[in-house]
Design a binder for this molecule. Structure first.
Ligand SMILES: [Cu+2]
Length: 161
């Protein structure tokens, strides 16, 4: 029987280095950026104030009422003529008429007017450059003359409507 000592060769320890396979660390949990913006892009208050700006076209308060307005002019003795210009003037109630002397020695004297009016005119004679105003508040027909030249036809009419 052969003694056979076993060799020492059975030490094959297999040192299985324990599988130290590190499991790859779980990296950041789905930190895929912040791209989850709320979809509030088109805040739609766009067409709110569009069509209210057209208030510009009602301002016709200037020279609207024909012939009326609040001012008219009569030239007294234009260019030396024995006339009033215009000879007949139609205005609306409340109109101020300005008489402008354009030559010398004229006056403006009412000869007929509405019964409840009290226009006294400009009875004193004046020369070129003089002005005289009167506001006609009572409707009706006013006739007037330049006394020095009435015989030459220097008469006028103002109709107040
Ligand atoms: Cu006159």
């Amino acid at each position: 029987m052969t003694d056979r000592t076993d060799g020492v060769s059975r030490r094959r320890f297999v040192s299985i280095a324990a599988a130290s396979a590190a499991v790859p660390a779980l990296a950041g949990c789905t930190s895929s950026g912040d791209d989850a913006e709320p979809a509030d892009g088109n805040n739609d208050d766009g067409n709110g104030d569009g069509s209210d700006g057209s208030d510009g076209s009602d301002g016709s308060d200037g020279s609207g009422d024909s012939g009326g307005g609040d001012g008219s002019t009569v030239v007294v003795g234009p260019g030396g003529d024995f006339t009033f210009d215009p000879e007949e003037l139609t205005v609306s109630t409340g109109t101020t008429v300005t008489f402008e002397w354009d030559s010398n020695f004229h006056n403006v004297v009412p000869t007929s007017q509405p019964s409840d009016a009290d226009w006294s005119g400009e009875t004193e004679t004046f020369d070129s450059g003089h002005t005289y105003e009167y506001t006609f508040e009572v409707a009706g027909t006013y006739e007037y003359v330049c006394e020095p030249h009435e015989g030459s036809g220097m008469v006028g009419t103002i109709i107040v409507e």
